[in-house]
Design a protein around this ligand. Structure first.
Ligand SMILES: Nc1nc2c(ncn2[C@@H]2O[C@H](COP(=O)(O)OP(=O)(O)O)[C@@H](O)[C@H]2O)c(=O)[nH]1
Ligand SMILES: [Mg+2]
Length: 368
């Protein structure tokens, strides 16, 4: 009989820390001698996450063009194609951050249609403290509409495990406040506090994931109209740009300047940022810069420490605004930053849109 593959999905809102967590899980399981593959997902092509994880050396397949739930067959055929000479022992999957209802549309269909082939690991959902606190406290002026907040709440509701992330940045009182809010609102859900960046708390997460049992059973009662409207409030931009210069420039500096410049333009327009991420790939090195809230500073999440005169840049931005405006502001920013480095951008593919209504391939509400 073919071996069964362990399916580990990690959910959470845009910018929560899913990709960082997946890379950490992958390193852990690889160090245990397991064959690990990752599946990324986005509403469009040109994924920063895929390029970043591949550049870190992982075996990555992607489902691009719609979320796992709406492209269930693509998810399964992508998984089949993973692993070079043998099927992986373990699949790590990152769904789109604005998606929910994944227990009914992804986990249960895998369990029910591919029973002998997969073993479902506990479904962890990551909470980003800055955003989580505002939404759990129902604070006005969170920057996110009630419908976007609804998606985040539904994500937490279907989790087997809630991961409070970024504890490297949290004061004890801030962490205690989050625990108290989650105690009130999700009293029956196990919880861990972690840092995907430093690895703090991950031993407990590894142990939690190793359990075998009734996981992926929390099927949501969900209003798809509110979910669809919440998702459609976001403007989506995936674009690629080639940058060349007569002289070498510092790649990491350029990446951070682009994220910072775009943040400033978005803030000038009074817009809320869900996630900006930029990867720069040169022949010898790569770097990634991120911004996950207008209240935070742009961050170099993976440093290249390189100088280059030729780089392929991919920009992914999810902002609550008109996607065409987002595209224009991103282009202006890239042009401006290139100008300060004497570099020339050549704009390639750009996809700008609002996510369409989710129409899952399967929706299984009776659990197995
Ligand atoms: N300080 C800190 N930053 C983190 C942590 N986890 C993720 N990040 C940063 O948050 C940003 C978004 O992370 P990412 O994994 O891409 O989020 P995703 O959108 O959920 O996949 C990146 O800049 C990460 O470096 C953490 O535990 N602590
Ligand atoms: Mg990601």
């Amino acid at each position: 009989m073919a071996k069964s593959i362990r399916f580990v999905m990690v959910g959470g809102f845009l910018g929560a820390g899913k990709t960082t967590t997946l890379a950490r899980l992958a390193r852990h399981y690889i160090s245990q001698g397991l064959n690990v593959a990752i599946v990324t997902n986005d509403q469009a092509a040109d994924l920063v996450d895929t390029k970043s994880l591949r550049s870190q050396g992982f075996d990555v397949g992607e489902v691009a063009g719609a979320c796992f739930c709406c492209r269930f067959e693509d998810l399964m055929s992508t998984i089949e194609g993973l692993g070079s000479d043998q099927a992986p022992d373990l699949i790590l999957a990152e769904p789109v951050g604005s998606c929910t209802d994944l227990v009914a549309t992804v986990i249960q269909p895998i369990r029910q249609l591919y029973r002998s082939q997969f073993q479902i690991a506990p479904y962890g959902v990551i909470l980003k403290p800055s955003q989580g606190r505002k939404i759990l406290k129902n604070e006005p002026g969170t920057g996110f509409s009630p419908k976007a907040a609804y998606i985040l709440q539904k994500q937490l509701e279907e989790a087997d495990l809630i991961l409070i992330n970024r504890i490297d940045e949290l004061a004890p009182a801030e962490l205690a406040e989050l625990h108290a809010l989650l105690d009130q609102q999700y009293p029956n859900t196990p919880r861990l506090a972690v840092s995907a960046k430093t690895g703090l708390g991950f031993e407990a997460y590894f142990a939690f994931l190793d359990q075998i049992g009734e996981f992926g059973h929390r099927v949501l009662d969900i209003d798809y109209d509110t979910y669809a409207e919440g998702e459609a409030e976001l403007g989506w931009l995936n674009s690629s740009v080639q940058i060349t210069a007569p002289q070498e420039f510092v790649l990491d500096g350029l990446l951070v300047e682009i994220v910072a410049g775009l943040k400033n333009r978005l803030v000038e327009h009074g817009l809320e940022v869900a996630h900006l991420k930029v990867i720069g790939l040169s022949a010898a090195a790569f770097g990634v810069a991120n911004l996950v809230s207008r209240d935070l500073e742009p961050e170099l999440s993976l440093a290249s420490h390189a100088k280059t005169s030729d780089v392929d840049l991919v920009v992914n931005a999810r902002v609550a605004c008109d996607p065409e405006l987002l595209g224009r502001l991103a282009d202006q920013t890239v042009r401006e930053v290139c100008g300060t480095h004497g570099a020339t951008p050549t704009f390639g593919n750009a996809q700008m849109f609002r996510p369409g209504r989710p129409q899952p391939t399967h929706r299984m509400t009776a659990t197995q």
